[in-house]
Design a protein around this ligand. Structure first.
Ligand SMILES: Cc1cc2nc3c(=O)[nH]c(=O)nc-3n(C[C@H](O)[C@H](O)[C@H](O)COP(=O)(O)OP(=O)(O)OC[C@H]3O[C@@H](n4cnc5c(N)ncnc54)[C@H](O)[C@@H]3O)c2cc1C
Length: 442
């Protein structure tokens, strides 16, 4: 960061963390946020005694101790530690998550199919008889065999991304747990094993939902944040960046953008091929249906994956099992997540229809009793998940090179256009400030 005033675009977790860290270093900065409220994807709805993470269930976990401690410090005493109890609802059975760690919960025949085809693929790999995977679908068969792939991994991935795994690049696969052979055998025999272990325990704010993180950061830099300022135009004149919301112009020496990269490109004059690369980046939108229930407890689950395509939500979480303080006394809550594309018919569905559809689905699956519903709300989030299609790498590299050459830095989930969780957003901000300090720019 050169001296002068820096504009940090967006006040989601990345923008707020970066703003806080830069401010601590004595930098002159302003965070510009289009919404009235800060937090972006980590905002929570608080109404009638219920608190919901309204851009989808968020829990705190990480392999990165520094980033995790940074996040936990923001919460102070406002945190609870929970052990994950997550299942996959498959053919009316609750199968332990990750699916490959719950094979004994399947019928004997299906358990056999998963184990046998896993061995077949492992053997072929050892004999060098399998072609290396080129996309997510091939990777599923290559890593887990036909049984686990066709029963769970492929249908679930198709359902969440609304994009074919055969057209999804391998960039995504490091996020899918890849267990040792011994674990699959144990899982099939019913000997307890755990997968995805760095998430086995997670933290969650006791009150205020995941927005507690954003609240804590905002409080530290409140005077540096301008809300209700949607960046719509960015130009450069005489070494100064001019940022406009269509009404007012502001002047800066440096820009760090954390807003979706397509939105940033839309505000700049860019060559045709860069605009095209931005348009070609693929992402999934998300609808959350928030339900409050008149029952004291609903179950003992953290969340539930539902690969069945005849059921609208792909994931349902139970916020009142994260913290009893996110519901009024004697009540419980359910948060259902439905992915879609901004131009499809699910996105266009009315809120009442979405609520009705989700309640009917969850009632038929006996996840809840529709007579006990006492609160409903819906939220639509345009930018939820990055999709790594096969052209992704080429498009994002073109855009990043172009913006880097202009001197614009990109940080955060939809600005870097990468599958970043909260810990990674914090890590990016810590590294950004640290690298600039090391290079003597701070
Ligand atoms: C369904 C779901 C579940 C998740 N669960 C977890 C989890 O359990 N654990 C975890 O660690 N992570 C989770 N994440 C990831 C986490 O939400 C993100 O890593 C993090 O919130 C991203 O923060 P960000 O600041 O980079 O982006 P954002 O939160 O998207 O922030 C961008 C900000 O820019 C603003 N903005 C946009 N356009 C403009 C404009 N033109 N002008 C000004 N401002 C603008 C937006 O309003 C927003 O405030 C989950 C994400 C999703 C979608």
């Amino acid at each position: 960061m050169e001296s002068g005033t820096t504009a940090v675009l967006g006040a989601g977790l990345t923008g707020l963390t970066l703003g806080y860290l830069m401010n601590k270093e004595g930098y002159c900065l302003e965070v510009l946020e289009k919404e009235a409220e800060c937090g972006g994807l980590i905002r929570s709805l608080k109404k009638d005694g219920f608190t919901f993470d309204y851009c989808g269930s968020h829990v705190i976990f990480s392999k990165d101790n520094i980033a995790q401690n940074f996040i936990l410090d923001l919460l102070g005493y406002n945190k609870l530690k929970r052990m994950r109890n997550t299942k996959v609802l498959y053919n009316n059975r609750y199968v332990k998550y990750p699916f490959e760690n719950g094979l004994a919960n399947l019928s004997q025949q299906e358990n056999f199919e998963c184990l046998y085809t896993f061995f077949q693929t492992t053997l072929k790999k050892a004999q060098n008889k399998l072609q290396k995977p080129r996309n997510l679908q091939e990777w599923c068969y290559y890593t887990f065999g036909k049984g686990i792939s066709e029963k769970y991994l492929i249908p679930y991935n198709e359902k969440i991304w609304k994009y074919p795994p055969s057209k999804t690049s391998l960039k995504w696969v490091d996020r899918i747990p890849n267990p040792p052979v011994a674990d699959i055998v144990k899982s099939s025999l019913g000997i307890e094993t755990e997968g995805y272990t760095h998430q086995l325990f997670f933290y969650y704010p006791k009150v205020d939902g995941i927005q507690a993180l954003g609240n804590s950061l905002k409080q530290k830099i409140d005077d540096k944040i301008t809300t209700n300022f949607e960046v719509t135009r960015v130009t450069k004149e005489n070494e100064k960046w001019i940022i406009s919301n269509g009404v007012e112009e502001k002047f800066y020496d440096k820009i760090v953008s954390t807003i979706p990269v397509q939105k940033f490109l839309g505000a700049l004059d860019t060559p045709k091929e860069i605009r095209k690369a931005g348009r070609d980046l693929k992402y999934a939108s998300l609808i959350t249906v928030m339900l409050g229930l008149n029952t004291n407890t609903i179950n003992n689950l953290s969340w539930l994956y539902i690969p069945d395509k005849n059921v609208m939500p792909h994931r349902v979480s139970f916020p009142s099992n994260y913290s009893p303080d996110v519901v009024p006394k004697g009540k419980s809550s359910v948060l259902a997540e439905v992915t879609c594309s901004k131009c499809d018919k699910i996105w266009r569905m009315s809120e009442s229809r979405l609520i009705e559809h989700v309640i009917d689905d969850l009632h038929s699956l006996k996840i809840l009793d529709k007579k006990s519903i006492c609160f409903t709300a819906v939220k639509k989030t345009e930018f939820a998940y990055v999709i790594n299609d096969l052209d992704y790498e080429q498009n994002i590299t073109l855009i990043k090179n172009y913006l880097n050459a202009l001197g614009v830095d990109l940080l955060g989930r939809f600005s870097e256009f990468a599958y970043l969780n909260m810990d990674a957003c914090v890590r990016r901000s810590l590294d950004y400030v640290e690298n600039h300090r090391k290079s003597g720019l701070i």
